[in-house]
Design a protein around this ligand. Structure first.
Ligand code: IMP
Ligand code: MG
Length: 184
C-alpha cells in the first residue's frame, strides 16, 4: 500500500479505490442510465470539464445505446478548497430546448457547481436536467436537487485521480487516491 503513495506538488496521496472498483461502479451507473434512455426526449450527455472527461468516456462506452456528448467548463476550486464561487469558463454550443440533459460530473461536493448548471440549462429551455456523477460527498452536499445516477458516495476527504486533480495534477491516475491525513 505504502509503495503506491504518490506525491503531487507538495502533498502526499494514498490509495483509496482501485480502477476495478471504479469500473464496477461505472457499469452499474451505465446500466441504470441505459434503462432510462428510451423514455427520454433527444437525450444528450453534458460533461463538465475538466474533471469529467475520464468518467464521461468510460460511461458512454458502457451504455447500451448511442448518445451524443457536449462539454461545458466551470471552475469553483482553488487548490483543495471550494472557493464558493462558480465561474463559467466555456459556454454551451448546442440547442438544449425540449431535450432531456444528463449532466456528467466527476464529483459533486457542495453541489454549488451543479446547482448553477441546472439553473442555466433550465433557463435555456431544457425539458429536464438529470445528474450523473461518479462520486459524491453526502456530508457536504447542500443541493436542493436530486443526484439521479451516483457511482459511489465517499467521505468528505479530498481525492485525486480518475479525472480529479490537485492543482491540475493527478487527473490521469487510473485509481482514486485520498489526501494523506494531517496535511489538510
Ligand atoms: P462543488 O461545486 O462544491 O460541488 O464542487 C464540484 C467541483 O469541485 C467538482 O466538479 C470538482 O472539480 C471539484 N472537487 C470537489 N471535490 C473534489 C475533490 O475531492 N478532489 C478534486 N476536485 C474536487
Ligand atoms: Mg469538476
Amino acid at each position: 500500500m505504502d509503495s503506491k503513495r504518490v506525491l503531487l506538488r507538495d502533498k502526499y496521496f494514498v490509495p483509496f479505490l482501485t480502477r476495478e472498483e471504479i469500473a464496477r461502479d461505472v457499469r452499474a451507473v451505465a446500466a441504470r442510465l441505459s434503462a432510462d434512455l428510451p423514455t427520454m426526449e433527444r437525450p444528450f450527455a453534458l460533461g463538465v470539464l475538466n474533471g469529467s472527461f475520464v468518467f464521461a468516456a468510460d460511461l458512454l462506452r458502457e451504455l447500451d445505446a448511442e448518445m451524443p456528448i457536449h462539454f461545458v467548463k466551470y471552475a469553483s476550486y482553488a487548490g483543495t478548497e471550494s472557493t464558493g464561487e462558480v465561474r463559467q469558463m466555456l459556454g454551451l454550443a448546442v440547442d438544449v430546448r425540449g431535450r432531456d440533459v444528463i449532466v456528467v460530473e466527476d464529483i459533486v461536493d457542495t453541489g454549488l457547481t451543479m446547482r448553477s448548471m441546472i439553473e442555466y440549462l433550465k433557463g435555456m429551455g431544457a425539458k429536464s436536467v438529470r445528474v450523473a456523477t461518479m462520486f459524491c460527498k453526502p456530508e457536504v452536499f447542500q443541493g436542493a436537487f436530486r443526484l439521479d445516477y451516483v457511482g459511489r458516495e465517499i467521505p468528505n476527504r479530498f481525492v485525486v485521480g480518475y479525472g480529479l486533480d490537485y492543482d491540475e495534477m493527478g487527473r490521469a491516475l487510473p485509481d482514486l487516491y485520498v489526501l494523506e491525513e494531517g496535511q489538510d
